[in-house]
Design a protein around this ligand. Sequence first.
Ligand code: SF4
Length: 317
Amino acid sequence: MARLDVDVHSYVFEGGRWIGCEHGCIYCYARPTHSYQGLSPGLDFESKIFAKINAPHLLRRELAKTSYVPESIALGVNTDAYQPCERELRITRGVLEVLQECEHPVGLITKSALIERDIDILAAMAAKRQAAVAVTITTLDPAIARTLEPRAAAPARRLRTVRTLAEAGIPVGVSISPIIPFITEPEIERLLEAVHEAGATSAHYVVLRLPWEVNPLFQQWLQAHFPERAQRVMNRVREMRGGKDYDADFSTRMHGEGVWAELIRQRFKIAAARLGLNGHGGRFHQLDASKFRRPLVIPPLGARASRTGEGQLDLFG
Ligand code: SF4
């Protein structure tokens, strides 16, 4: 795994979240969020990480509101909740502790093997239909993965995570997103077979999206690593996006449009059906929120709580 000097900045503002991701996937559509901070969506996004260390506390406060209506929470949708600094910060673990205590359903999306650390909580919640996980695996080729997602776990390690979670009784789905024409797209069937064999029960995909600053970053990456295929890849991307590099139209932005988008849709559908893999988008919504109970204790800001992110509020009290 490539090394990088990473600064982790802690913050306690409300309404924020993890910003930046050390995994550094070139196609990451969260990259433009770094521009809002006056930082670059390229290297800064991967090396200047903002971690909301009081997330467990804020969550507890939110869940305690009488107006709060419980429904599944998805962790890791914006940036990965198990990137390397979580090992020390334990923010995600703190959030899971609160959710477990309140019997609140949660779905997690990650590329990191670090999620295995929290199997004790996730397995107990899954036994009550309150937790499910989606692991993202875009390719089985470690050489492609090393350049595409330079500091995420290798494909074989992610498959092992799928297996470990599944064996612990946790429902595991796999996202093979984004599908990149001529780079990861030839692997659709092989990937689905591998994740099914590892124990995944659902699968999902999105075709490559190139919003804002992601577009030039991706095209630089393409020229650097696949110069002989670059033109073909971009031509195909444009065919699936109505002639543009990207089209944010809500009805087509996930799966694209046109003949090639339809071909991918059919290949995915046929392979997933053959293997008995369902779409996992619905699975998070099928989690059980009926046992939810409000937290009884809301520690004041500055109170020392535990080894989770809550205790670190002392730093700012
Ligand atoms: S792991 Fe997810 S959030 Fe992190 S860089 Fe990759 S795509 Fe973005």
